[in-house]
Design a protein around this ligand. Structure first.
Ligand SMILES: Nc1nc2c(ncn2[C@@H]2O[C@H](COP(=O)(O)OP(=O)(O)OP(=O)(O)O)[C@@H](O)[C@H]2O)c(=O)[nH]1
Length: 385
């Protein structure tokens, strides 16, 4: 009996051993399968990342999503990057145009600021013209061009002044001549583009940027500011600035800026750089920083003073010298960096690819419609005959 029990127990242990062996091999199979799946998944992931990268890198060439050959894969130096030198040489030879419009009430320091920006007398100095001119009843626009050269690079700068804007008791529709001017420049460009014998280089008088001067009132946006920027923001790049910021304390300035940003948001006003036009995350980070400090609180001057043995552009007050280019004193340098050093080409690109393009599409649609209408009139006359 005992022998029988021992025998049974032996069989059971063998069975258990067999079972656990089977379990173990099943487990091993499972682990192997799992490892294979993971390997496949990470391979797929890596392939996906590679593909994404290729798409990103090929983005300037829409439709081309594969076939990226990196310089490390080339058999030797080809010289593709020298195209940058070629572009540079061409730009230097041809020069470029930049058209800037200044809008704001009389005496806000528009001419002084533009002269400070380009370190030369590019905008007319208000020299208290004759009485008639000073109290002009309408907004009259006039453009003055200069060629500025720096290190061999020539820029044809046109400053468009808008005397009379906001100077009347009744400022109703005072933005209309400005809207008309902006559209006229688009129309001129469009006509040149549509010419059969068009010029090799179409003269560009389109407004690339409009600096809008807000008086340093310390309150919030006035109805005229809202109405102007709402309308113009749709057809041109607007950069608002707080004029004569030296007349505000640091706290007043900060609060005023904050209130203006809220007003811009509340009224759906799109100023430059427009959030919806950021091209990539890097662009977004840079532009977010700019948007967070808009409108720039600026100070302009045409005078130089000695500070610690150095000549600096500044405004002398009873309490000391306000250094225009010192970021601790005002945001003139931020404005200059945006307009000239970091975003000049982008301002031109947005003016061309977004604002002018919108105008062009609208005008071509209108003329297509007119053609269809006149075509159907001619056809109906023809059919009657
Ligand atoms: N406190 C202060 N005064 C300034 C500033 N910028 C210019 N001014 C002075 O303000 C006055 C008017 O400056 P302008 O540059 O002629 O102003 P504007 O807006 O072009 O004026 P209009 O030609 O009448 O349209 C001048 O006496 C300048 O010296 C500034 O940032 N702060």
């Amino acid at each position: 009996m005992e022998d029988r029990e021992e025998e049974d127990a032996g069989i059971m242990t063998e069975n258990i051993k067999e079972e656990s062996k089977a379990d173990q091999s099943l487990q091993e199979d499972r682990l192997e399968a799992h490892a294979k799946t993971e390997e496949n998944e990470s391979k797929e992931e890596a392939e996906q990342v590679e593909a994404d990268l290729k798409v990103q890198l090929c983005e300037p060439f829409p439709g081309l999503q594969t076939g990226l050959i990196r310089s490390a894969d080339l058999f030797g130096y080809v010289g593709i990057e020298s195209v940058l030198d070629q572009m540079r040489r061409k730009t230097v030879k041809a020069g470029f145009e930049f058209n800037i419009m200044v809008v704001g009430q009389s005496g806000l320091g528009k001419s002084t600021l533009v002269n400070t920006l380009f370190k030369s007398k590019v905008s007319r100095k208000s020299s208290t013209p004759n009485y008639e001119e000073k109290i002009s009843k309408t907004v009259r626009l006039h453009a003055v061009s200069h060629v500025i050269e720096e290190k061999g690079v020539k820029m044809k700068l046109t400053v468009i002044d808008t005397p009379g804007f906001g100077d009347q008791i009744n400022n109703q529709n005072c933005w209309e001549p400005i809207v008309k001017y902006v559209n006229e420049q688009y129309e001129k460009y469009l006509r040149e583009e549509l010419n059969v014998n068009r010029k090799r280089r179409i003269p560009d008088s389109r407004v690339h940027c409009c600096i809008y001067f807000l008086p340093a009132s310390g309150h919030s946006l006035r109805p005229i500011d809202v109405e102007f920027m709402k309308r113009l923001g749709k057809i041109v790049n607007i950069v608002p600035v707080i004029a004569k910021a030296d007349t505000l304390t640091v706290e007043e300035r900060q609060e005023f800026k904050e209130r203006i940003r809220q007003d811009l948001e509340a009224n759906g006003i799109h100023v430059y750089p427009q959030r919806e036009l950021d091209e990539d995350p890097e662009d977004r980070i840079l532009n977010d920083r700019i948007r967070a400090s808009i409108p720039f609180a600026v100070v302009g001057t045409d005078k130089e003073h000695q500070v610690n043995g150095h000549k600096v552009l500044g405004r002398k007050t009873k309490w000391g010298i306000i250094e225009v280019e010192n970021v601790a004193h005002c945001e003139f340098a931020n404005l200059r960096d945006l307009l000239i050093r970091s975003h000049l080409q982008d301002l031109k690109d947005v003016a061309h690819n977004v604002h002018y393009e919108t105008y062009r599409v609208r005008r071509l649609n209108e003329s297509n419609m007119n053609l269809t209408v006149s075509g159907s009139i001619i056809l109906s006359v023809f059919l009657k005959v």
